[in-house]
Write a protein of this length. Structure first.
Ligand code: ADP
Length: 263
């Protein structure tokens, strides 16, 4: 790989001989850099809509505010930018909460089928102009061991992406089925333009986007899949992303079954 190696040198003297230890600090260096980049990226993502907002406030305070049609148009833009900042801040708060919960295993018994029905209902009701055909295919599955609110967010982000990046007029299919005695499988498939393979390993990084113009136009924060990854890790599940350019994308999540320990 191309990652930077970071070494720390320690020198000891034992019986008149100098012993040099080289310690590999690459790991901690990398996580420190990820944290620094994250703060820089988050600040940048907030600064952009804020600058737009301030620009319009100033213009409205000047002569442009006198014309009712202009005022209305500007207020709509300002509202959209403020909403973008709100979504971003909500996603940042979610991410830090999920991270803070990392070492507390989730322990609710969750009916994933009921949750999927609710989330699909909300998304198809609030979807606006993009009327995607949402198909729910449910098999008999046992309850999952998890955190209900976080699993709802996971479904929202994955199904929401399939609707955002799917092709108009093609279906989005949400399937729930048993994977094994211990795991339940959730799959969400769309027939959108797909993702080139070199991007797939990086999609769960914070603020990573294949096409940032497209993501922003769709109202994306670039944090949705980072949140999904953290939720899956906390649940000791698995996330697999497979995609074919021109055909579509399938996200597959495995989640552990809620087992009742019998005495
Ligand atoms: P965003 O808010 O940009 O949608 P996400 O973290 O949810 O952020 O997703 C990261 C990126 O992964 C998106 O910007 C998009 O490029 C890509 N992506 C996610 N889901 C899909 C999908 N179903 N089809 C195509 N691309 C997708």
């Amino acid at each position: 790989g191309t990652r930077d190696q970071r070494w720390e040198m320690r020198v000891r003297t034992v019986g008149g001989r100098r012993i040099v230890h080289l310690l590999d600090r690459t790991g901690s260096y990398t996580s420190e850099r990820i944290r620094v980049d994250f703060v820089a990226n988050a600040s940048h993502e907030l600064r952009t809509p804020l600058a737009v907002l301030l620009g319009y406030v100033e213009t409205l305070a000047d002569e442009a505010g006198d014309d009712p049609a202009t005022r209305k148009r500007f207020l709509k833009i300002m509202f959209d930018e403020a909403k973008r900042m709100q979504r971003l801040i909500e996603d940042l708060i979610s991410l830090s909460r999920i991270e803070a919960d990392k070492y507390r295993a989730p322990d609710q018994s969750v009916d994933l089928a009921a949750l999927a029905r609710d989330v699909c209902g909300e998304l198809s009701a609030g979807g606006g102009e993009r009327a995607q055909d949402l198909r729910l295919e449910l098999s008999e599955i046992p309850p999952v061991r998890g955190d209900r609110a976080q699993l709802s967010q996971l479904l929202h982000n994955i199904v929401g992406n399939a609707m955002k990046y799917g092709r108009e007029g093609t279906p989005v299919t949400v399937t729930l089925a048993p994977e094994s005695d211990a795991m339940v499988r959730l799959t969400v498939s769309d027939e959108g333009e797909g993702i080139p393979p070199e991007h797939i390993p990086r999609l769960t990084e914070r603020f990573y986007r294949v096409d940032s113009g497209r993501s922003r136009a769709m109202g994306g924060t670039g944090l949705g899949l980072a949140i999904v990854k953290h939720i899956v890790e906390r649940h000791r599940g698995r996330l697999d992303i497979s995609s074919t350019v021109g055909k579509g994308t399938t996200m597959r999540v495995l989640l552990p079954v809620h087992t009742v320990i019998k005495a």
